[in-house]
Write a protein that binds this ligand. Structure first.
Ligand code: FAD
Length: 528
């Protein structure tokens, strides 16, 4: 057989294989005749990508994956499900799949790989002048790309997540929080306008003044009402450099008092500008190698000293702050910082460490930790995370019961544990996101990672620890809210939303009445 003859036979056989491949039973035949059919993938690579996420705890297998090249493709897909003569099929937008509990997955339906849209040029536009700047960005865009594009104009978003390789649509569906939230609110309160394809397949532009119900529903709405294809993000002039400071505490009460003092520093201080970022985290005695937060901030000597103190005390607390500055404020920034930090704060004398870094390096600080973990094959491991918002009035009880209690009993907890306060008034209660009912509340991120990829034992131990933490809070009457929540019953969701549940449900009936979108959140497709 000649080579060309062999190629023809191979082509015919592979085509026959494709033709024979059965159309997924859960998808309607009409879908096959639409233009988007050629953009649907059913191959193992696409299916594998869409049936897993960063958490590596949940697996749901979709029937197919759409690689859209335009917003119209998304409209066509949703309309096909909504108007299907058989039953509607489920659809979920997938950003980077950085959820940890299958929230961007769908069993037997279609996952939209939103990142395919980023292949199109011109999905980030920056506009502005006279002090009013904004960027129109595709929902599929990564925050790192938004940062780079906006910096070209000397401006940048105000509110961030710690990690920038997340999509705009994904974080706006949750809240998008970080150390800037105390000052500017979460990312959802820094959006002017969005284009959304609803669960009825309608494209709507929404803002506080136009289709406002959809606007408020979608922000923090877990992908339940529509797919964000464009968001208009608020921008401010960008600084060039950052003073990045860490201070070590033994006493949790002193640590949280100082955090609260720093986030309210601006109030009543006319003309004085406080910090731009306030976070904090635990330093546990076992000083985990796999903690992307601690990477390369401390010198070797300082790190040894801190580790030995942590071993002595079981746990230390690290307050982390940042102040942005420009070349023209270089002379004053150190003085301002000293005034704010050295006077009157209660960290262990001498244990204050400062770095001077570029703005980009500061915002993108988690990336180097990620690359390090990847090189050790410790990034793609199970991540049974637990993220909580704890009211300020109970944060000392939480410390006693969880940080000094449950975590000490089983100190084999890999990954960063974050603790930092936020201010309720910087959030907008009309949005779907839910927070505790107190003026100040703490974000607690137990960002655990299992160090075993093959065996499930360690991951199950971490899950057990999560269960104990939630039980402890329940018994102690700590009225917390989960962030990036994971519930199993409708009752738990109703409890989560509290008085907002009825509004959330009404909005669902209005914008996605057949409950097509984001079933992986398990809000409207659970019982009990
Ligand atoms: P996905 O996980 O793909 O999707 C999340 C949900 O949003 C799904 O329900 C999906 O269907 C829906 N969705 C996705 N795109 C759209 C869209 N365009 N329109 C409508 N719905 C959509 N969060 C913080 O707030 N602060 C942090 O500092 C932070 N740090 C993180 C660090 C790491 C290493 C990781 C893995 C996550 C972090 N997160 C943080 C959590 C992150 O915000 C969520 O995982 C979020 O879901 C973003 O991930 P994604 O873009 O991959 O979205």
């Amino acid at each position: 057989i000649s080579k060309s003859c062999f190629m023809v036979i191979f082509f015919v056989i592979s085509m026959m294989g494709k033709l024979r491949k059965p159309w997924p039973f859960s998808l309607p035949w009409e879908l096959k005749s639409l233009d988007i059919a050629s953009k649907l993938r059913f191959d193992p690579e696409a299916i594998k990508m869409a049936s897993t996420d960063y958490g590596k705890v949940t697996r749901l297998v979709p029937a197919g994956v759409l690689y859209p090249s335009s917003e119209e493709d998304i409209v066509e897909l949703i309309r096909c499900s909504y108007g299907s003569s058989s039953s509607p099929f489920s659809i979920a937008a997938r950003g980077e799949g950085h959820s940890v509990r299958g929230q961007a997955m769908v069993a037997d339906g279609v996952v939209i790989n939103m990142r395919a849209l980023s292949n199109n040029d011109g999905r980030i536009h920056v506009y502005g002048g006279s002090g009013y700047w904004y960027a129109d960005v595709g929902g599929e865009q990564l925050w790192i790309d938004v940062l780079n594009a906006t910096l070209d104009h000397g401006v940048a978003p105000r509110s961030w997540t710690d990690y920038l390789y997340l999509t705009v649509g994904g974080t706006l569906s949750n809240a998008g929080i970080s150390g800037q939230s105390f000052l500017h609110g979460p990312q959802i309160t820094n959006v002017y306008e969005m284009d959304v394809v609803t669960g009825r397949g309608e494209t709507m532009t929404c803002s506080k003044h136009m289709n406002s119900e959809l606007f408020y529903a979608v922000l923090g709405g877990f992908g339940q009402f529509g797919i964000i294809t464009r968001a208009r993000i608020a921008l401010d002039p960008a600084p060039t450099r950052v003073k990045w400071v860490r201070m070590i505490y033994i006493d949790f009460s002193a640590f949280t008092s100082d955090q609260e003092h720093l986030i309210t520093f601006n109030e009543g201080q006319a003309g004085k500008k406080g910090l731009d970022y306030v976070e904090g985290f635990l330093l546990m005695s076992q000083s985990p190698a796999n903690n992307w937060r601690s990477s390369s901030f401390f010198s070797h000597t300082d790190y040894s000293r801190i580790t030995s103190l942590a071993t002595q005390h079981g746990v230390l607390y690290c307050l982390e702050v940042a102040k942005y500055y420009d070349p023209f404020s270089v002379d004053t920034v150190d003085k301002e910082l000293a005034e704010m930090l050295v006077k009157g704060l209660s960290f262990i004398p001498g244990l204050i460490f400062t770095k001077d870094v570029s703005y980009v390096d500061f915002l993108n600080r988690v990336r180097s930790g990620e690359l390090k973990l990847r090189s050790k094959e410790l990034w793609d491991v199970p991540h049974p995370w637990l993220n909580l918002f704890v009211p300020k009035s109970r944060i000392l009880d939480f410390d006693a019961g969880v940080f000094k209690g449950i975590l000490q009993q089983n100190p084999d907890t890999n990954g960063p544990i974050l603790v930092y306060p936020m201010i309720r008034s910087k959030w907008d209660d009309r949005m779907s996101a839910v927070i505790p009912d107190e003026d100040i509340f703490y974000s607690i991120g137990l960002l655990k990672s299992s160090y075993t990829n093959g065996s499930t034992d360690h991951h199950l131990e971490l899950e057990d620890q999560n269960r104990k933490i939630l039980e402890f809070c329940e018994e102690a009457g700590i009225m917390l809210k989960q962030y990036l929540p994971n519930y199993r019953t409708k009752g738990e969701w109703m409890n989560h939303f509290g008085p907002k549940w009825e509004v959330f449900k009404e909005r669902k009936d209005k914008f996605d009445p057949l409950a097509i979108l984001s079933p992986g959140q398990r809000i409207f497709n659970v019982h009990g």
